[in-house]
Design a protein around this ligand. Structure first.
Ligand SMILES: Cc1cc2nc3c(=O)[nH]c(=O)nc-3n(C[C@H](O)[C@H](O)[C@H](O)COP(=O)(O)OP(=O)(O)OC[C@H]3O[C@@H](n4cnc5c(N)ncnc54)[C@H](O)[C@@H]3O)c2cc1C
Length: 382
């Protein structure tokens, strides 16, 4: 039988599952020093980092359950090195730093955050298929070497091996991180903001008003709240993923674009980009196409079924990169949004940048490239 939801929740212990619904409907502290709106990975990482940095009382509010947005449907891969092939240098640098922060979180928190180390192998018919420059982290594999590591491929393939990458179950990471935060309210949506003298003085929610010292909006896409002057272009890109039944084939971590092997032998496959599809439903034809791709790459898997299939929506800005910024014209409000396909990876580094900005009052260097004003400039240039 196929379940039409992500596998991540099923993998949690009962206590971890309960943590995702903490503080349902109740605001424990209506006058926090820091209010974080949005309980995806970015909001949770930010709230916990603010608390641990000693920025005073921190309240996190989330409209649904923690992780119920894009985070709960992500693949959870933490693979910064591959960004080198598609993203600007400052982004890749930040991504690399963020993986290091994830590794720190894994060792510094009691019980860790569920980080799983893996090697990433990208398959290509020949080495020239990759962008011409070769960063030091890549080990090039000849087809016979790939065959030794990934037996059963339908076609001989060369490979780019990148070691020391990682992945998480995104919901487990949230559940583990949130244990460090006293004040959490799920099922509480921000609906309005009152701004006076260039400061947010209150945030209206479905469970009453909150009067924060500072606010961070980590709502996936920029929030649309009555009274908050914010106009940053954003959209979503749907993606489908599936997890197969356990298989006997053994893959070394991630073999892109084929699959990532999970703990119990299941394969995580997909991560489609279904631009223009706004339906919240799983499309059977997309799932079929993902399975067909798997069978074509590894014919021994023909007939293996999907046990879990799901879709979710990546929040994005027009250039595919995030915003990490102060809300324009508002001194005590920050925004981070549009983390697109790497929000799980980028959460810790984003959180640290925001903490430094809030604590010191000055723009940290690593956030400079991710201002929302880059879209205003583009509009003015026409
Ligand atoms: C198929 C797929 C695969 C992916 N794979 C990866 C991957 O392997 N690695 C990776 O790094 N990234 C991956 N991503 C991207 C990743 O899922 C996102 O970038 C990330 O989850 C964004 O996190 P977030 O916290 O910003 O947003 P979200 O997870 O969407 O969280 C925002 C939260 O804010 C809440 N919210 C919104 N408005 C309000 C309001 N007014 N009041 C209160 N709460 C509010 C929402 O309910 C939501 O829970 C993938 C995405 C998809 C779709």
């Amino acid at each position: 039988m196929t379940t039409s939801r992500a596998i991540w929740r099923e993998q949690l212990a009962a206590g971890e599952r309960a943590a995702l619904g903490r503080g349902a409907g109740v605001i424990p502290e209506p006058r926090p020093d820091v209010l974080v709106v949005g309980g995806g990975i970015v909001g949770v990482a930010t709230a916990v980092a603010c608390h641990e940095a000693g920025l005073g009382s921190v309240l996190l509010i989330e409209a649904g359950q923690l992780g119920s947005g894009a985070t709960g449907g992500a693949a959870g891969l933490l693979t910064p090195e591959i960004r080198e092939w598609s993203d600007p240098g400052p982004f890749t640098d930040l991504a690399r730093a963020s993986l290091e922060h994830w590794k720190d979180l894994e060792v510094s928190r009691p019980g860790g955050v569920g980080l799983i180390h893996l090697d990433w192998i990208g398959l290509v018919p020949d080495r020239e298929s990759f962008a011409p420059h070769q960063q030091p982290a890549v080990e090039w594999l000849m087809p016979d070497q790939v065959h030794d590591i990934v037996p059963g491929l339908a076609l001989p393939m060369a490979g780019a091996m990148i070691r020391h990458q990682a992945r998480v179950n995104p919901l487990r990471a949230i559940a583990r991180l949130i244990t460090g935060l006293p004040d959490v309210a799920t099922g509480v949506a921000a609906i309005s903001a009152t701004v006076r003298g260039g400061r947010v003085i209150s945030v209206g929610t479905s469970a009453g008003g909150i009067h924060p010292g500072v606010v961070v909006f980590a709502t996936g896409r920029p929030p649309v709240l009555d009274g908050l002057p914010l106009d940053v272009p954003s959209d979503t890109v749907k993606g489908h993923l599936l997890v197969t039944e356990p298989v006997s084939v053994r893959l070394p971590g991630t073999v892109a674009p084929v699959a990532t092997q999970l703990e119990d032998g299941r394969l995580l496959v997909g991560g489609t980009f279904d631009t223009g599809d706004e339906s919240p439903s799983v499309r059977p034809e997309v799932i079929e196409a993902i399975l067909d791709g798997l069978y074509a790459a590894l014919p021994a898997l023909r007939g293996v079924a999907a046990s879990y299939q799901w879709c979710c929506f990546r929040p994005c800005h027009p250039d595919g990169h995030p915003v990490i910024d102060r809300v324009p014209g508002v001194d005590n409000a920050w925004l981070t949004s549009g983390h697109f396909r790497t929000g799980i990876l980028m959460a810790p580094v984003t959180a640290r940048a925001l903490v430094r900005w809030i604590a010191a009052g000055e723009l940290p260097a690593e956030a400079a490239a991710w201002s929302s004003t880059r879209f205003a400039d583009r509009a003015h240039r026409g």
